[in-house]
Structures are given as structure tokens and as C-alpha cells.
Write a new protein. Structure first.
Length: 220
């Protein structure tokens, strides 16, 4: 048994195949990515080799606790100048790595499974969390068309997803996201506030102490 298939025999299985509805057009497909990890993982390593994970700076000048990179035609960036999608990696000046076929297929299949047919993502943002890293409540509103869903894939150690409302002050529910879970949001739920609570110290056979998240968007 190698490190990529090991997870099939571990603690992610009890929920696999079930659905956790979070709102009218938001659902977590439990374990949807588990059978595809063996293809996703080496493809991710290729992306990171060309466009390394890096700590971007917020418009307020703070380094983000979660380093990120992108693949696909467009990549999400943050700097003192603001948040935006752009076709080139600001660190290297190169185009972002192409979106691996296994990434695109997973994003499309998960969107269709959640009722969003013909999803055509042009951007995939990759976030890496180590213990203590977090993402404070925010909205994703740099994309052009809020009619398109977002698809999010979790790998590695568990996280507590904070699922708020349409106003920043709305109380946030806490939803565990485990290795292999895929979340899909659109329509009425597209502009909900959301975040990730500080990651707890844990170990996973594939990622060690880390959690990796991909979010697929139609940005342009
Ligand atoms: C709900 N990432 O990159 S993914 C982000 O786990 C981001 O890294 C988190 O929030 C992570 O912007 C959460 C789940 C997610 C992504 C986008 C959403 C949930 C969303 C947009 C609207 C509502
Ligand atoms: Fe977000």
C-alpha cells in the first residue's frame, strides 16, 4: 500500500458518498475526490514546481498566513494594490501552469453532481495550511460572473469551515472538511461570508501536518 492509496483505508471513509447540504445551492460532497487523489497529487507537485506557493501581502500590508499559488488561465493575487485575477505569476512573470486534466475533470464532475452543468473554470487557486494557519471570514467577489459556482477540494488534515451569511456579522456555522471532501457553491449562496478556523496539529499519511485546498472558479 503506498502513500497515495493509504487514505482509502483510514478515517475519511465513514462519511464518504454522503452529502452535507449547507444552503439552498451549497453542498459538501463527502469523499468525492478520494478515488482521484492518486492523479491529483502528482499533478499538484508539477504545478508547485513551476509556480511555488508563496505568502502574498494583503492590501493592508499584512502577510497572509496561508501561502498560495494558481493554475489555469487566470490566477488570484493579492498585493498592496489590491486583489485581482491576472494571467501571469507576479513572482516569475510567467503564465500560470496549465490546469491539469485531472483537476478540470474533477471540478466539472463535482459541479454537475451538485446541479451546475457545464462548469468551465479558468482559474484554480491552491491554498496550503499548516498548524495555526487560518482564513478570516470573507466574501469571494473578484470574479466577473457570480452566476458561476465555486468548487473546493480538501486534501490532508481536517479543517473547520466557517460558513456565515450574507453580512459579515451573521453567525457562522462550523462544518468539518475532511480529506477528499468537495464543496460546491453557487446561486444564492455564492456571496456568503466564509473562512477557515485555525488548523489544529494533526498528521495525515499523504500530506503530513498540512491541509491543501483547491478552489476552482470562472474568474474571467
Ligand atoms: C463559500 N478558501 O480561497 S474553500 C478561498 O479552504 C477560500 O482554502 C477556503 O475561501 C479554503 O477564497 C475555503 C470553500 C469555499 C470557497 C469559496 C466560497 C467556500 C465558499 C465562495 C463563496 C461561498
Ligand atoms: Fe473564499
Amino acid at each position: 500500500m503506498n502513500i497515495v492509496t493509504a487514505d482509502l483505508f483510514a478515517d475519511d471513509l465513514p462519511l464518504a458518498g454522503s452529502r452535507t447540504p449547507l444552503g439552498p445551492q451549497a453542498v459538501v460532497l463527502r469523499g468525492f475526490a478520494l478515488g482521484r487523489v492518486a492523479a491529483l497529487w502528482p499533478a499538484l507537485q508539477q504545478v508547485i514546481a513551476r509556480a511555488p506557493l508563496r505568502h502574498m501581502v494583503t492590501p493592508g500590508g499584512q502577510a497572509m498566513s496561508v501561502p498560495l499559488t494558481n493554475c489555469g488561465l487566470l490566477g488570484w493575487t493579492s498585493s498592496r494594490a489590491g486583489y485581482r485575477y491576472q494571467g501571469t505569476d507576479p513572482d516569475s512573470g510567467l503564465s500560470w501552469p496549465p490546469m491539469p486534466g485531472a483537476f478540470l475533470a474533477l471540478a466539472r464532475d463535482a459541479a454537475a453532481e451538485a446541479g451546475f452543468e457545464r462548469f468551465e473554470p479558468d482559474a484554480c487557486l491552491v491554498n496550503r495550511y499548516r498548524p495555526g494557519a487560518r482564513l478570516t471570514l470573507h466574501q469571494d467577489r473578484n470574479e466577473r460572473d457570480f452566476g458561476q459556482p465555486i468548487v473546493s477540494v480538501s486534501l490532508g488534515v481536517p479543517a473547520v469551515f466557517l460558513w456565515g451569511g450574507l453580512r459579515r456579522g451573521d453567525r457562522a456555522a462550523r462544518v468539518p472538511l475532511l480529506h477528499g471532501d468537495v464543496a460546491v457553491w453557487g446561486g444564492a449562496d455564492r456571496l456568503r461570508y466564509h473562512g477557515i478556523a485555525p488548523i489544529r496539529e494533526a498528521a495525515h499519511p499523504l500530506t503530513g501536518c498540512e491541509r491543501i485546498n483547491f478552489t476552482f472558479r470562472k474568474a474571467g
